[in-house]
Ligand binder design. Structure first.
Ligand code: ADP
Length: 417
């Protein structure tokens, strides 16, 4: 790769394609972001593309409403917009495309160039991630067709967790399920955890191998990870991203008997539940949304909790209590996993980075470790990271802005350079 060459990072979902375009600026290597955006509502009415052009930290936003019938057209539109706004002269300037893949299964323990063999293995991984991997593969095909010369790299949310010890990755189910069907805890948000770990090497001035940390990645999807000596040692998500914490719309851990009980009890009703419908509700109508009946967005739930006249105020307060208590319990458990030798407790992603009252509420729920936030620093604005605890806190607490796209860019660079 040469200076000024570009890498496109793609995160394709079922009805959206998020993109970021990076340019190599020096041999260190360092990258600068040139553009980012989103194709949304693919195959749904009201589809559009939003492109943000970034020059000297100034951002100019363009929006175009246009019928986008599939991922192929979405990909074409992204390249057309980047050309139209003169970010690239033509698609050949892009030398590599990095794709975010949620589930790498057992096969992908590192990022990988997508060749015929890898593609076949990725298709196999669809069984483990039917919601997430098919759209990512659609995204890959869409860009591949547009320019077959460009190299593609897959970067996985699961690979960081391939170091989990057996006692953490196994479920207490018949061992043959693991042997025959690869049923185990894979863990997710690994790209974000890797980014945070690298950031901590800078902040703590320590090599990754000597860092013990607990990272709370709290977005719409949320998980916690215990990183021991620079490696994932325990994490809250499992076979799929449904396990663990209470999330925006996902239940997190529940009694696995709920499926069967609901199917039995509703079998003679007008709308009998099935395994599929219950799983769907656990993914889409549970979590903060399910408990509060207000929203999956924590800002709305907090607003409802603080509004004495809101009809769902009590449920909103309950949702936040449950959300924060469960996170606190994982932090306590993971401090124990790390022998109570924790260099940093980190909050990241949409909620973790921005919601000061939620961070405080989580710390308030931790009774057996003496953690203390500095109120001003917890509230303070920041760009990259900030230490938000008092010096008396048993563990230093940080808010750190994650950047999964730059990790995907670096992995792509490392494999194609
Ligand atoms: P994901 O990438 O998993 O879709 P995000 O990391 O974008 O999710 O996080 C989304 C969550 O972050 C939402 O609950 C949203 O309310 C919350 N969030 C985003 N910005 C803020 C903010 N400024 N203050 C409080 N919460 C925020």
């Amino acid at each position: 790769m040469q200076i000024n060459d570009k890498i496109l990072v793609i995160n394709a979902g079922s009805s959206s394609i998020k993109f970021q375009l990076f340019q190599l600026v020096n041999e260190k290597p360092e990258f600068e972001i040139l553009a980012k955006g989103l194709v949304e509502r693919i195959a749904i009415s009201g589809s559009r593309i939003i492109t943000e052009i970034i020059k000297n930290k100034n951002v100019v936003k363009h929006e175009k409403t246009i019928t986008i019938k599939d991922h192929d057209f979405g990909a074409k539109l992204i390249i057309e917009q980047l050309e139209a706004f003169k970010v690239i002269k033509d698609f050949d300037e892009v030398v590599g495309i990095g794709h975010r893949l949620v589930h790498g299964g057992q096969k992908f323990v590192t990022s990988t160039i997508i060749n015929h063999q890898a593609e076949a293995a990725l298709i196999e991984s669809v069984a483990l991630a039917p919601l997430h991997n098919p759209p990512a593969l659609k995204g890959y095909h869409a860009f591949k067709v547009l320019n077959p010369k460009i190299k593609h790299v897959a970067v996985f949310d699961t690979s960081f967790h391939c170091t989990l010890p057996a006692e953490k990755y196994l479920y207490s189910v018949p061992y043959s399920w693991y042997q025959n069907y690869q049923i185990k805890r894979y863990g997710f948000h690994g790209i974000s955890y890797r980014y945070i770990l690298e950031k901590l090497t800078e902040i703590l001035k320590k090599p990754a191998q000597s860092i013990n940390t607990i990272v709370c990645h709290l977005g719409n999807g949320a998980s916690v990870c215990a990183i021991k000596k620079g490696q994932s040692y325990n994490t809250s998500m499992g076979l799929t991203p449904l396990d663990g914490l209470i999330m925006g719309t996902r239940s997190g851990i529940i009694d696995p008997s709920i499926h069967n009980y609901l199917c039995q009890i509703t079998k003679n009703s007008k709308q009998p539940e099935t395994i599929v419908s219950v799983t769907d509700a656990l993914n889409k109508n549970s979590g903060l949304l399910g408990i509060s009946e207000v929203s999956s967005d924590i800002r709305d739930v907090v607003a409802a909790q603080n509004d004495n006249k809101h009809p769902k105020q009590k449920q909103a307060a309950l949702a936040i209590k449950m959300f924060t208590q469960r996170i606190a319990n994982y932090i306590i458990q993971y401090a124990n996993d790390l022998d109570n030798q924790v260099d940093a407790l980190v909050f990241t992603a949409g909620i973790g980075e921005n919601a000061a009252e939620i961070r405080q509420a989580i710390i308030d729920e931790i009774k057996i470790l003496s953690l203390k936030l500095n109120e001003k620093k917890n509230q303070a604005s920041y760009s990259d990271y900030l230490l938000i605890s008092e010096s008396s806190s048993k563990i230093p607490v940080y808010k750190i802005r994650t950047n999964e796209e730059i990790m995907i860019c670096y992995d792509t660079f490392a494999l194609i350079k």
